[in-house]
Design a protein around this ligand. Structure first.
Ligand SMILES: Nc1ncnc2c1ncn2[C@@H]1O[C@H](COP(=O)(O)OP(=O)(O)O)[C@@H](O)[C@H]1O
Ligand SMILES: [Mg+2]
Length: 253
C-alpha cells in the first residue's frame, strides 16, 4: 500500500484531519481522504453530510478550519493565487446542477474555461469544443440554448465543459442525480470510459449504487464528519457493518 509510505505524487488528493464548521454546525470533523492517481473514488453519504463541501475543499473554493488538503502533493493553502489558478486549470468540476449559463449556447458554455484560461484562437477553441461535445455524445448541442436541452443532455454539456481543458482530475458532484435510469446508466458508462481512456483521476460524489458498481475503484461513506468504511465497491456494497447496511438498505436503488 502506498498510503503512508509512497511518494506523495502517487496520491492525487490527500485530506488530513480536515475540520469545517459553519457557525456552530460542524460539517467535517477530522476527516481523512486519500485518492490515488488514476483511480475513481466514490463518496456516498446522507444529504447534507458534507459531500459537496468536501469537493469544494479539493478545488480550493473552501478552506478547512483545521487540517490540510493536498492536491498532487501541494498544500492548497500554501499556493499563491496564480499557482492556485494553474492547479485549478488541471481540475474539472462537474456541478450538481449542470450550472449552464442560460443565455449562452451549449458550445459557448463549453468554451468558457478556454476563453478564461487560455489564449487559443477562436478556431482552435471551436475545434476543441466540438471534439468534447462529440466525446460526450451530444455533437448536435453546439448551437442550442440550455433550455432546449433535456436533463441528460445538460449533464453531458456540463461534463464537456469540465473536460474541455483536458483536466487530470475530475470532480463529479452527483452526476446522475435527477436523471431517469437509462440516462443515468449512460452517464455512468461515460465516466467509466473517460477514466479508462484518459487515465484521469476521478472523485465522484453519488447517491446511486449503480454508479458505485460501474465506476468505483474504491468507495467510502461520509457520515458524522468523517469518511468511513473505505473499500472496494464489492466489499462496500456487501458489507455487514450495521451502519452501511442501514444506509444502503434505505436507498431505493
Ligand atoms: N457556504 C455555506 N455556508 C453555510 N452552510 C453551508 C455552506 N455550504 C454548505 N453548508 C451546509 O453544510 C452542510 C453540508 O453541505 P453539502 O456539502 O452541500 O451537503 P451534501 O453532502 O448534501 O453535498 C449542509 O447542512 C449545508 O447547508
Ligand atoms: Mg451536495
Amino acid at each position: 500500500m502506498s498510503t503512508t509510505t509512497g511518494k506523495s505524487t502517487d496520491i492525487a488528493i490527500r485530506c488530513q484531519g480536515v475540520s469545517k464548521a459553519f457557525g456552530k454546525r460542524v460539517i467535517l470533523k477530522d476527516m481523512n481522504l486519500e485518492v490515488r492517481r488514476g483511480e475513481t473514488f466514490c463518496i456516498m453519504g446522507p444529504s447534507g453530510c458534507g459531500k459537496s463541501v468536501t469537493l469544494k475543499h479539493v478545488i480550493g473554493l473552501m478552506q478547512p478550519d483545521q487540517g490540510t488538503v493536498e492536491v498532487w502533493g501541494r498544500d492548497m493553502r500554501s499556493l499563491a493565487r496564480e499557482q492556485l489558478r494553474e492547479l485549478r486549470s488541471k481540475i474539472g468540476y462537474v456541478f450538481q446542477e449542470a450550472a449552464l449559463l442560460n443565455w449562452l449556447s451549449a458550445g459557448d458554455n463549453v468554451a468558457l474555461p478556454l476563453r478564461e484560461t487560455t489564449r487559443l484562437s477562436e478556431r482552435e477553441i471551436q475545434e476543441r469544443v466540438r471534439a468534447k461535445l462529440e466525446l460526450v455524445r451530444v455533437p448536435d448541442a453546439m448551437e442550442k440554448l440550455p433550455n432546449e436541452l433535456s436533463g441528460g443532455m445538460k449533464k453531458r454539456v456540463g461534463l464537456a465543459r469540465a473536460l474541455v481543458t483536458d483536466p487530470e482530475l475530475i470532480l463529479y458532484d452527483e452526476p446522475t442525480a435527477g436523471l431517469d435510469p437509462e440516462i443515468a446508466s449512460s452517464i455512468n458508462e461515460l465516466i467509466r470510459e473517460l477514466a479508462d481512456s484518459l487515465h484521469v483521476t476521478s472523485l465522484v460524489v453519488t447517491h446511486h449504487v449503480g454508479t458505485v458498481k460501474k465506476v468505483a475503484s474504491r468507495v467510502g461513506l461520509l457520515d458524522n464528519g468523517r469518511l468511513n468504511y473505505v473499500s472496494g465497491p464489492e466489499e462496500f456494497l456487501n458489507s455487514k457493518e450495521p451502519r452501511l447496511v442501514r444506509f444502503l438498505g434505505a436507498k431505493l436503488d
